[in-house]
Design a protein around this ligand. Structure first.
Ligand code: T5A
Ligand code: NA
Length: 213
C-alpha cells in the first residue's frame, strides 16, 4: 500500500474489554479526536445489529431468542465477514476505522462458555488483523457498578471473570493495555497518543495483515 501514488491507508483500531469497561464512550471520543486532527475516520461496532444477521444476534443478546452456543458463535463471525470487503476498501481508501469489539470478543466470550479456543478462532482466520488493539482493563466488579449493567445475556460478574481470562490468552504485540478504572478523561488521553502513532505508521506504509495466521 506504499507504492508511489497510492493513497496512505487508514489504520484499523480495535477497542476491546469487558462489558461496561467504557469502550463505546472511548470510541466516540477517539473518533472526534482523530477527525479534528485531520484524519478521515469512521466508527464501527460488532455486533453490527443493523444487518439481518445482526438482528438475530441482537434478539439473542436481549434474551428474546435462544440459540445453540456454536450457532451464535458462527453468527457473530458471519457478522464480521459480511463487513470484511467494505472494511478493506475503507482502509485502502485512507479511512481509519475505530472498531468497537472484534474477533477477540468473539473468541473470549464463546470460550468462556466452554467452547474450545481453537474451534472459536477458526472462523475468524482471514479477517483483517487490527493494527492496534486497545484493551480497556477493568475488574468485573468495578464494571458491574456502572450504568445499565445486567440488562443483557452475558452481564454477570462470574461469567465476565472467565471472559477476562480468555482475553488474556489472546494478547499479542498489537495490544495495548489501558487502565479503564481511571476517569473518562484520563483514559481518553492515554489512548490518543497510542492511536495517533499507529495512524502515522499505517499512512507511512505499514502493511495490512490477516488474523490468525
Ligand atoms: N459478543 C460480542 C460476543 O459474544 N461475541 C462477539 O463476537 C461480539 C462482537 C454485546 C455483547 O456481545 C458479546 C459481548 C457483549 O456481551 P456490545 O453491543 O458491544 O456487545 O455491548 P454494549 O452493551 O453496547 O456495551 P458494553 O456493555 O460492552 O459497554 P462499553 O461500551 O464497554 O461501555 P460504555 O462506554 O457504554 O460505558 C458503560 C457505562 O460506564 C460509564 C458510561 O457513562 C456508561 O454509563 N463509563 C464510565 N464511568 C466511570 N469512569 C469511566 N472511565 C467510564 N467510562 C464509561
Ligand atoms: Na458498548
Amino acid at each position: 500500500f506504499s507504492e508511489a501514488g497510492a493513497k496512505p491507508r487508514g489504520a484499523l483500531i480495535v477497542v476491546e474489554g469487558l462489558d461496561r469497561s467504557g469502550k463505546s464512550t472511548q470510541c466516540a471520543k477517539l473518533r472526534s479526536f482523530l477527525e479534528s486532527s485531520g484524519h478521515p475516520t469512521e466508527l464501527w461496532r460488532f455486533p453490527d445489529r443493523e444487518t439481518s444477521v445482526g438482528q438475530m444476534i441482537s434478539a439473542y443478546l436481549s434474551n428474546k431468542s435462544q440459540l445453540d452456543d456454536r450457532t451464535i458463535h458462527l453468527l457473530f463471525s458471519a457478522n464480521r465477514w459480511e463487513k470484511r470487503s467494505l472494511m478493506e476498501e475503507k482502509l485502502k481508501g485512507g479511512t481509519t476505522l475505530i472498531v468497537d469489539r472484534y474477533s477477540y470478543s468473539g473468541v473470549a466470550f464463546s470460550s468462556a462458555k466452554g467452547l474450545g479456543i481453537e474451534w472459536c478462532k477458526a472462523p475468524e482466520v482471514g479477517l483483517l488483523a487490527p493494527d492496534s488493539v486497545l484493551y480497556l482493563d477493568i475488574s468485573p466488579e468495578r464494571a458491574a457498578e456502572r450504568g445499565g449493567y445486567g440488562d443483557e445475556r452475558y452481564e454477570r460478574v462470574d461469567f465476565q471473570k472467565k471472559v477476562s481470562e480468555f482475553y488474556q490468552t489472546l494478547r499479542d504485540s498489537s495490544w495495548k493495555i489501558i487502565d479503564a478504572g481511571d476517569s473518562m478523561e484520563e483514559v481518553e488521553k492515554k489512548i490518543q497518543q497510542v492511536v495517533l502513532d499507529k495512524v502515522k505508521e499505517c499512512a507511512l506504509g505499514k502493511s495490512l495483515s490477516l488474523l490468525w495466521s
